[in-house]
Each structure stands twice: as structure tokens, then as C-alpha cells.
Design a binder for this molecule. Structure first.
Ligand SMILES: [Zn+2]
Length: 84
């Protein structure tokens, strides 16, 4: 990424600590608002995996609960007979 002097706008080399044109010290760049926004948009992969795992676990529990309720309605007792 190209850097420019905050004072005169001259293009700076990556190693320049002072502006070659006006001699002002080169400021350490703070991330721009755009860059901050882009950083926020990136959804961390760890969270995706975590939420997927929670979602799958919840789906399995829910499926079992529904099957048990259906089985209870049919047989009148709570069991895992539907697994057979
Ligand atoms: Zn300058």
C-alpha cells in the first residue's frame, strides 16, 4: 500500500520516516474507517464452527424430543423404542 505525506501529499517509500519533499516526519497510519468496517465484516471462522456445532446439537436434541413425543403419543410411555 502506498503512503503519502500528510503535509504535502508527496508519495513516500515504505521505509521513509520523513517526507523526502517537505521533511515532515511520517505519521504512523491509523486504520481508515473503511478498513475498520472491513475488519468488522469478517466473521471469525471459529465462531462459524462454534455456531454450527451448537446448531447441529440443538437440531439433534430437538429431533430426539419430537421422536420421543411422537413415540409417547403412540405407546403411552417414554422410551427410545423408535431407535430400533
Ligand atoms: Zn511532505
Amino acid at each position: 500500500m502506498k503512503k503519502f505525506c500528510y503535509n504535502c501529499g508527496a508519495e513516500l517509500g515504505p521505509e521513509d520516516t520523513i517526507c523526502p519533499k517537505c521533511g515532515k516526519p511520517v505519521l504512523v497510519e491509523a486504520p481508515t474507517e473503511e478498513e475498520k468496517a472491513a475488519e468488522k465484516k469478517k466473521f471469525p471462522l471459529k465462531k462459524i464452527i462454534l455456531f454450527s456445532a451448537i446448531g447441529i446439537a440443538a437440531a439433534i436434541v430437538l429431533t430426539f424430543a419430537i421422536l420421543m413425543i411422537i413415540n409417547f403419543a403412540k405407546t403411552g410411555y417414554w422410551s427410545f423404542d423408535f431407535l430400533k
